[in-house]
Design a protein around this ligand. Structure first.
Ligand code: ARG
Length: 466
């Protein structure tokens, strides 16, 4: 039977896959259980602490508390065992857990939510979750720093070209180059620790927004959950999401550092550089070009940076227009937090693995360390030191010597002494000692400089801190 083309179709306003009733649509936009089920263990921890406190304060009977505890333990076991039936109609993890608890223990379950709102409940759950994420990231950063130190140590004196503008600038050591990243990841770890200290206050007991008239003991629940104490303002407690933003912000800065290191590995691995090799387990081949070994893992570390930045932008934008206190907008925080935390976790792990397996090729690095007249500064410095020529003039003389070497198509160390003397007659054979790359790096003994002796000291300084 053909339909009457003039008859209006149902739900023409929504159409598409939302050709369903308003209540089904409301459920689809409103339910968070698909993602906030990751808060299950934190939610149950919070409820255990809360019900303990309610009983201690005489707000519920201790028999109710015991029933609630037994029930919550069973709910947790069901969730861990994969046997829990999550329901979209029950919206979120808080109501899913509570509703199952009621099925298991009956009436005592109905007393659990006394002096509590989902607003302080979700705030405490998410803080517990992000606190763990801080601790995991801290540990991973420490592991990465150790891997870099282990790789830097045997290469404290391995010479490589140092770049500015990606042009050969001055020779440096490979160990020193890796230690630059140790500094970056050390600061990342500092940011994570700093943020963890700030977030460690408990919002539980703030109620919906205004606090509660029940004689709760917020210090007790704070302590039970490992917080330093309770938050001081109930309005702020239910509407603050700084701890997530700080975590994702620190993760973003860390991702920048990981991405830069990934980029260097990609460049170093390319045939024209050939500074490092990565074993096959970190690379893939090409389906067409048999000779290819692609640094996919490093490229993905670089590529995934965008996801973390995206989460940070989403969180900042979500919060910026919200009046006090809680608004449902905030439910959007979780997917961003989870994705950023998952992403920083996998890129930190992959980078640590790559650094452990990285095989530097010192001969290749040494072969090009002197390219681009990279010891010209050493030559100029020698003129200043040995002939007392002012640096500006020494710079000029060196420029003319470099251009002479360029004309002859040779490096500075291969230029005959008389060719240099033609530019500046006072130059003598002593200059030959500073023109090699090894001499160059050995001379950079200023604090934090690239000299192997400095690199060894920097490694020792970091060893004490990891
Ligand atoms: N699922 C909610 C969220 O993640 C929990 C808080 C709901 N509060 C409320 N008043 N509706 O934000």
């Amino acid at each position: 039977m053909s339909q009457d083309p003039n008859k209006p179709k149902a739900n023409t306003m929504w159409g598409g896959r939302f050709s369903s009733s308003p209540s089904a649509l409301m459920e689809a936009i409103n339910a968070s259980i698909d993602f906030d089920k990751r808060l299950a263990s934190q939610d149950i921890q919070g409820s255990l602490a809360h019900s303990n406190m309610l009983a201690q304060q005489g707000i519920i009977a201790s028999s109710d508390r015991d029933a609630i505890h037994e029930g919550l333990q069973r709910v947790m076991a069901e969730i861990e065992g994969g046997g829990f039936a999550f329901s979209k109609a029950l919206e979120d993890i808080h109501m899913n857990v509570e509703s199952r608890l009621r099925e298991i223990v009956g009436d005592p379950a109905a007393r659990l939510h006394t002096a509590r709102s989902r607003n302080d409940q979700v705030a405490v759950d998410v803080r517990l979750w992000v606190r763990d994420a801080h601790d995991r990231t801290d540990e991973q950063l420490t592991r990465l720093i150790k891997a870099l130190l282990d790789k830097a140590e045997p290469h404290a004196a391995t010479v490589m070209p140092g770049f500015t503008h990606l042009q050969s600038a001055q020779p440096v050591t490979f160990g020193h180059h890796l230690l630059a990243y140790v500094e970056m990841f050390g600061r990342d770890r500092g940011r994570i620790r700093d943020s963890r200290r700030r977030l460690n206050e408990s919002p539980l007991g703030a109620g919906a927004l205004a606090g509660t008239s029940f004689p709760v003991d917020r210090h007790m629940t704070a302590k039970a959950l490992g917080f330093d104490g309770p938050t001081r303002n109930s309005l702020d407690s239910v509407s603050d999401r700084d701890s997530l933003i700080e975590f994702v912000s620190a993760a973003s800065i860390c991702a920048v550092h990981l991405s830069r290191l990934a980029e260097e590995i990609i460049i170093w691995m390319s045939a024209p550089f050939g500074f490092v090799r990565l074993p096959d387990r970190w690379t893939t081949g090409s389906s067409m070009m048999p000779q290819k070994r692609n640094p996919d893992a490093a490229e993905l570390v670089r590529g995934k940076t965008g996801r973390i930045f995206g989460s940070l932008m989403a969180l900042l934008t979500m919060m910026k227009g919200l009046p006090l206190t809680y608004s449902k907008d905030m439910q959007e925080d979780k997917e961003q937090l989870f994705d950023a935390a998952d992403t920083i976790e996998i890129v930190l792990a992959a980078m640590t693995g790559m650094i452990q397996d990285l095989e530097p090729v010192p001969a290749r690095m040494a072969a090009v360390a002197g390219a681009g007249f990279s010891t010209a500064t050493d030559l100029a410095d020698w003129l200043v030191r040995s002939l007392d020529i002012p640096f500006r003039d020494a710079h000029h003389i060196t420029g003319r010597i470099v251009s002479e070497a360029e004309t002859r198509g040779c490096g500075l160390e291969d230029l005959p002494l008389d060719a240099m003397q033609a530019v500046e007659p006072r130059i003598h054979a002593g200059i030959l000692e500073v023109l090699g790359v090894e001499n160059s790096v050995r001379s950079r003994v200023s604090f934090g400089g690239t000299a192997p002796s400095q690199v060894v000291q920097q490694i020792a300084w970091w060893r004490e801190r990891v």
